[in-house]
Write a protein that binds this ligand. Structure first.
Ligand code: URA
Length: 275
C-alpha cells in the first residue's frame, strides 16, 4: 500500500504507530477539539496559560483554617468571603464561568455546575464530572447517575427533590481523581453553593467528597454511615447542616455487595428528612 503523507510530512504508518502508542499508554479520549502538533513548539497553547500560577507559600491558607481559601494548580485564588454578595445560584454559576479554573477548565468541554433548585431538602455531592457529564454539562447523567436515581427512588425521591453537584466542576482528563489541591481551589464555590441551596441534609458521595467537605483524612469506609455536623464556615454567618457520607455509586457498580450498607444510609437519610 502506498503510504500517504500528512501535512506534517509524517507517513500513515508512522502516524498509526504513534496513535497505537498513545492507546497503549491509556489515552482514551481527545481532549481538545483542534488538532495540536506537539512537534511544533509554535503551535503550543499560549505559554502563559500553561504555566501554573502557583502561589508563594505565604498565599496558601494557614493550616489552622478549617476550609483553606484555596491552593493552586493554575487557578485564580478565591475565598468564601468573595461570594458574600452572591445571593442566587445563577449568580454563582456566572461567577464560576468567569473563574480561571486552570488546566482542568481549559481541557473540559463544559462546566458542570449542578442540577436542582435552591431549597432542595437533600444535597448530594459527588467527586467530579465524568465523560458523559462533561459532554452534557450536568452532574450524574452517566452510569453512576442511573444508579444514583435508583438509590433516590428507593427512599421515594426523584431528581426534582434533590440538588446534585460535585467537589470540582470540570472533568479531570482520563477521569482521574481530582487532587486535594484541585478540590481546595473550588471549595469556596461549593461552600457558597451549599449555603445557597440550604438543604436539610448533605450527602458526600465517596472518599474525596467526604474528605474535602468535612476536612477529614480518613477513608470513606471509616466515614460512611456516621452523621457529622457540617459547618460551611468557622465563623458566624455560615450554616450548620447534618451530613452523612456514603459510598459513591461508581464504587457500588464495582462492588454491589456494599449496597447493603448504603441501604442503611439511605434509610437514615429518609428518617432525617422526615424528622
Ligand atoms: N461521578 C461523580 O462523582 N460525579 C458525576 O457527576 C458523575 C460521576
Amino acid at each position: 500500500m502506498v503510504a500517504r503523507e500528512s501535512n506534517d510530512g509524517l507517513d500513515r504508518q508512522t502516524l498509526l504507530t504513534m496513535l497505537r502508542w498513545q492507546l497503549e499508554a491509556g489515552v482514551d479520549e481527545a481532549i481538545q477539539t483542534q488538532p495540536w502538533n506537539r512537534f511544533e513548539t509554535s503551535t503550543l497553547p499560549n505559554k502563559s496559560a500553561t504555566v501554573a500560577t502557583r502561589p508563594s507559600p505565604r498565599e496558601i491558607a494557614p493550616k489552622s483554617q478549617k476550609h483553606p481559601a484555596s491552593t493552586a494548580s493554575g487557578e485564580t485564588k478565591v475565598t468564601l468571603e468573595d461570594f458574600e454578595k452572591i445571593t442566587t445560584l445563577e449568580e454563582l454559576r456566572e461567577r464560576l464561568e468567569d473563574f480561571d479554573g486552570g488546566m482542568l477548565k481549559r481541557f473540559a468541554t463544559n462546566t458542570v455546575f449542578g442540577d436542582g433548585k435552591a431549597g432542595a431538602k437533600l444535597m448530594l455531592i459527588g467527586e467530579a464530572p465524568g465523560a458523559e457529564e462533561d459532554r452534557r454539562g450536568l452532574p450524574f447523567v452517566g452510569p453512576s447517575g442511573k444508579l444514583l436515581d435508583q438509590m433516590l427512588g428507593a427512599i421515594g425521591l426523584t431528581r426534582a427533590d434533590v440538588y446534585i453537584t460535585n467537589t470540582i466542576y470540570w472533568r479531570p482528563p482520563g477521569n482521574r481523581t481530582p487532587t486535594p489541591e484541585e478540590r481546595n481551589a473550588t471549595l469556596p464555590f461549593l461552600l457558597r453553593q451549599i449555603e445557597l441551596v440550604a438543604p436539610k441534609v448533605v450527602v458526600p458521595l465517596g472518599g474525596p467528597a467526604a474528605q474535602s467537605l468535612l476536612n477529614e483524612s480518613a477513608g470513606i469506609t471509616r466515614l460512611r454511615g456516621r452523621w457529622i455536623d457540617f459547618q460551611t464556615r468557622n465563623e458566624a454567618g455560615g450554616l450548620s447542616i447534618p451530613a452523612l457520607p456514603t459510598f459513591h455509586p461508581a464504587f457500588l457498580l464495582r462492588q454491589p455487595a456494599q449496597k447493603k450498607q448504603v441501604w442503611q444510609d439511605l434509610r437514615a437519610i429518609r428518617a432525617r428528612l422526615r424528622g
